[in-house]
Design a protein around this ligand. Structure first.
Ligand code: G3P
Length: 235
């Protein structure tokens, strides 16, 4: 009995369920993913905001607020500044927008200083543009809430993005770091499955790979058969 309880506790605390974020600034797509009932948060970046045509500081801030109205979960909003003082000022403005805003900060020297400051001041952060285990250790030491390794961009240069997720997951487990591994730059539904297997705590993906998880031809064939049989039997 005690052993079973210990095992249950181990699995409860060692393997919490993977959180599911959408990686877009498109409000319709965010709403569509939310309507699935499985959405835990949103990540954005300056490129995604620009893609939606959101320009100018006030419009950008309003857009983050609009995202927070749709999703009741973490919303990553990225700073544009690259110096400590600028990042802190910008991050404070972003964090003031809504309690769910997570300040996204690039993995550079000034960024690590800013993450340390945000940590000390109770502001959640997402350390972005992560491509190595060393960077992951530094971000965790600074107290980053989330760490964003860019899987797809690593794969693009013929390295193995998932191997990096596994390496970071192992280090964070050994060192008992609290930072959550947020698998980013996801390009396919297979990436989502692999990231979940590799120990990612959070997966952020565009809408298409999320919807791709639904697809299996045997599901469609099976459903068509069930409905046909029902119709034949019931007229
Ligand atoms: O979350 C980061 C992500 O948006 C980057 O994705 O496809 O531009 O590498 P991608």
């Amino acid at each position: 009995m005690v052993e079973r309880l210990a095992l249950a506790l181990f699995f409860t605390f060692k393997f919490p369920p993977c959180y599911f974020f959408i990686d877009t600034a498109n409000l319709d797509q965010i709403q569509e993913a939310k309507d699935l009932g499985v959405l835990d948060g949103v990540t954005t970046n300056p490129s995604l905001m620009a893609k939606e045509g959101i320009t100018g500081e006030q419009n950008i801030l309003n857009h983050y607020k609009a995202i927070c109205q749709i999703v009741d979960g973490a919303v990553s909003a990225e700073v544009i500044s690259t110096d400590f003082k600028g990042m802190v000022e910008e991050g404070k403005r972003l964090a003031d927008l809504h309690e769910n805003i997570v300040v996204k900060v690039p993995m550079i020297k000034e960024g690590i200083k800013a993450i340390s400051w945000f940590t000390e001041n109770g502001i959640e952060t997402n350390c972005t543009l992560v491509f190595s285990a060393g960077q992951a250790i530094l971000a965790a030491k600074a107290g980053a809430t989330y760490l964003s390794p860019f899987i797809g961009r690593i794969d693009d240069s013929s390295w193995d993005g998932m191997e990096l997720i596994r390496e970071i997951a192992e280090i964070y487990s050994i060192q008992d770091y609290d930072t959550l591994i947020l698998a980013a730059s996801i390009r396919s539904s297979l990436h989502i499955v692999q990231a979940a297997k590799s120990g990612a705590d959070v997966i952020t993906a565009p809408l298409a790979p999320i919807m791709g998880l639904l697809k299996h031809p045997l599901t469609d064939i099976g459903l068509a058969q069930f409905l046909a049989d029902h119709k034949k039997a019931n007229g």
